[in-house]
Design a protein around this ligand. Structure first.
Ligand code: TIU
Length: 221
C-alpha cells in the first residue's frame, strides 16, 4: 500500500491491483473536423492534456500495471448506436456522416483512432464503446475481473461526460476510483471544475482526484 495525496483525503493505492483507464483520447474529440467540433466545441482545449496523459501512461507501463484504452465508436451500419445520440449534432456532421477524418465516430475510420502520442502498445486492452460509460454494452467488467483489478486511475475526455459516467459506473461496481486531474479535460472549464467537485464531495462519493505527479510518485514510477 502507498498513500497518494488526493482530494478529499489520501487515496490508499494498492500497487498490485491498480489499473489505468484512458477514456476516448480519439482524433474525433481532439482534432478539427471530428465529433467534438461537430457539436460546436473548441477542440484545442483538449489537446493540452496529451503530454501529461502520456507521462501517466508511461508510468503505468514502467510499473508493470495495466493500461486500458477506450474509444467511443460505432459499427459502420450504426446498429449499436443509441438512437438519441444519432439524432444530435449539426446536420451533415453527425455520427456516421463524412467528416474531415472520414465517417464520424465509426470504428475503423481515422477519426475514431486514438491520437498518435497516446497510441496503445501491443497487448494493451482497447474497449470500443457505443455509450458514454465504458461498462455499458462492453466487456470492460470481464477484463477488469480477469486482471484482478480493484482500483482504477482515470484519464481522458471529457471530464463530465465519458470520464465521469464511467467513473460512476465503476464506483457502483465497487472499484476505488481516482481521477488524474491534469490528464482530463472538458470543452467547458466550468464543467470540469464542477465534475471534480461532484466526484470528491460528500466524502469521495464517486472517488478521489489527484495530479499526475502524485499518482506517479505513489506508483514508484
Ligand atoms: N461531447 C462530450 O463532451 N463528450 C462526448 O461526446 N464523449 C466523451 O466524453 N468521450
Amino acid at each position: 500500500m502507498a498513500e497518494i495525496p488526493a482530494a478529499p483525503f489520501p487515496f490508499p493505492l494498492d500497487r498490485g491491483t491498480v489499473g489505468l483507464i484512458v477514456i476516448d483520447m480519439q482524433r474525433d474529440f481532439l482534432e478539427h473536423g471530428g465529433f467534438g467540433e461537430s457539436l460546436g466545441n473548441d477542440v484545442t482545449r483538449l489537446q493540452a492534456i496529451v503530454p501529461a496523459t502520456a507521462r501517466l501512461i508511461q508510468g503505468f507501463r514502467a510499473a508493470g500495471r495495466p493500461v486500458i484504452h477506450t474509444r467511443e465508436c460505432h459499427r459502420p451500419d450504426l446498429s449499436d448506436c443509441p438512437p438519441a445520440k444519432l439524432a444530435r449534432g449539426r446536420p451533415g456532421l453527425r455520427i456516421g456522416d463524412e467528416g474531415a477524418m472520414r465517417r464520424i465516430l465509426v470504428k475503423g475510420e481515422p477519426g475514431a483512432e486514438i491520437v498518435p502520442e497516446l497510441f496503445p502498445e501491443p497487448g494493451e486492452t482497447v474497449i470500443d464503446k457505443p455509450g458514454k460509460g465504458a461498462f455499458y454494452a462492453t466487456g470492460l467488467g470481464d477484463v477488469l475481473s480477469a486482471g484482478g483489478i480493484t482500483q482504477l486511475v482515470f484519464a481522458g475526455v471529457t471530464t463530465e461526460v465519458c470520464v465521469q459516467t464511467t467513473m460512476r459506473e465503476a464506483n457502483d461496481r465497487g472499484f476505488e476510483c481516482l481521477l488524474a486531474e491534469d490528464a482530463t479535460e472538458s470543452y467547458f472549464p466550468e464543467f470540469k471544475r464542477a465534475a471534480i467537485e461532484m466526484i470528491t464531495a460528500q466524502g469521495a462519493i464517486v472517488g478521489w482526484v489527484a495530479p499526475v505527479d502524485a499518482v506517479l510518485a505513489g506508483l514508484g514510477a
